[in-house]
Design a protein around this ligand. Structure first.
Ligand code: ADP
Ligand code: MG
Length: 413
């Protein structure tokens, strides 16, 4: 069923400005709100935190729990259509909303992304069409299953099925004893054990799929993580080998199609040695929303991932996005507000803003801060998109930015 277009700047049957809603008020919600407002929509955010980044700038901020019936009723009363900015929004809340309003992505799609066991079996189902498999894995849902784990999954990584992010909820294990200990350490919750893969690199793809079933994909993003958190995304000629990039894009569209997905979806991939001197692609996980690795689209593409989210939700056309500049995104964690060592933050050191004037004096630097009041080590405070006419210039500006911020150089990253 196609969504009825909610035309920008129009009013609803009850005479109020067309309002788009979002479950969750973090930075992704904030950037959705900014994109929606740029197109003339009113916005409503549901998030219990009075200082949530999106709540601070939205026309309406409903400050209740995500499963609060009155809060959900208010959101439905305000909004013509509703999206989500984090995957752990309670699925029943999306079911309630979806019974009365267009909700994208749907509760069913979010439920798959919330649970690594469902997610991986979805990837396996898609593999004949997508051409890409997940790493070999086993679901661990009982103590008995621990003993039946095939030996070739070790060494591996035990990951909680739910609520893991930024490398949290994961333990590396070398043998069965360590596996049993890790499962106990994770609280004996449902987990997947994944074979440890020889990663050469990591990449991700953003697709936007409309309610008419048409998808568009963005160029493939090369991602570098530090301590399990995304540090840098590079999107330019040569960042990801061309043949793998095309496969990753096609695979991501197949994964979205198979879910009848509506909205913006990000799928993460590993690039691994194939054992024959070449490289292969492994599908890792997906996020039912715009993604940190897609932030470069704000300044390097003619339609950002957040505008794509607005368009998909509002039933507007989704033309093929064009990247007009090579780009690198640098994540800005709270550590940057403290001198040299993150530990000082705990020792009561007062946070000091990074040298933005010097950074912004460099051509093609675009600062995005999320309006979070207190920087803390590991907290995502913002990101910096860097664009340039050539890859050489892009790398040169990035090197200067990283030096100014005291971050590791690109090649060391
Ligand atoms: P999260 O939800 O924390 O992002 P991921 O599954 O993406 O969880 O794992 C975090 C990181 O751990 C990945 O980006 C990758 O660097 C590493 N990793 C995860 N699974 C594997 C694996 N099977 N083999 C090797 N490295 C892995
Ligand atoms: Mg990940």
């Amino acid at each position: 069923m196609s969504f009825k277009p909610l035309l920008p700047g129009s009013t609803s049957a009850s005479g109020q400005q067309i309002t788009l809603g979002v479950m969750g008020g973090g930075q992704l919600g904030r950037m959705f709100v900014q994109a929606a407002q740029a197109m003339g929509y009113f916005t409503a955010v549901l998030d219990p935190d009075p200082a949530s980044p999106a709540g601070l700038i939205s026309h309406f901020h409903i400050q209740t729990a995500y499963d609060d019936e009155q809060g959900l009723a208010q959101l439905m009363q305000r909004c013509e259509a509703i999206t989500t900015e984090f995957e752990n929004v309670p699925a029943p809340a999306l079911v309630t909303l979806g019974a009365h309003r267009p909700v994208a992505p749907s509760a069913a799609c979010v439920a798959v992304a919330q649970d690594r066991i469902k997610e991986k079996s979805h990837f396996v189902q898609c593999a004949p069409i997508s051409g890409v498999f997940p790493a070999p894995y086993a679901a661990i849902t009982s103590a008995e299953l621990l003993a039946t784990v095939p030996a070739d999954l070790l060494p591996g990584i035990l990951k909680t099925a739910r609520l893991g992010y930024d490398g949290k909820g994961q333990v590396r294990v070398n043998n069965r004893d360590e596996l049993a200990a890790a499962w106990a350490q994770l609280g004996q919750v449902d987990c997947v054990l994944e074979k440890l893969m020889p990663l050469r690199a990591e990449c991700s793809v953003i697709v936007a799929r409309g309610s008419d079933g048409k998808s568009v994909s963005y160029p493939v993003q090369a991602n570098t993580h530090h301590d399990g958190i995304l540090a840098i995304t590079a999107v330019h000629e040569g960042a990801v080998p061309g043949e793998l990039a095309e496969r990753a894009r096609a695979s991501t569209i197949a994964i979205a199609d198979h879910l009848h997905y509506v909205g913006v979806l990000c799928v993460e991939y590993f690039i691994v040695d194939n054992g024959q001197g070449g490289q292969d692609l492994i599908v890792n996980e997906m996020a039912p929303r715009p993604h940190n690795s897609g932030h470069y689209t704000q300044n390097a593409c003619d339609m950002s991932q957040f505008e794509a989210q607005v368009r998909a939700l509002a039933g507007l056309p989704l033309p093929v996005p064009r990247q007009h500049s090579p780009a690198i995104m640098v994540n800005l964690l709270g550590d940057l507000w403290f001198s040299a060592h993150a530990q000082r933050a705990q020792a009561g050191e007062k946070p000091v803003s990074p040298p933005w004037a010097q950074v912004l004096a460099l051509p093609g630097t675009h600062l995005h801060l999320y309006g979070k009041l207190s920087p803390r080590p590991g907290r995502k405070m913002g990101h910096l998109n860097i664009t340039a006419p050539t890859v050489a210039q892009l790398r040169d500006t990035t090197a200067q930015v990283l030096a100014l911020l005291g971050l590791p150089a690109l090649d060391a990253a």
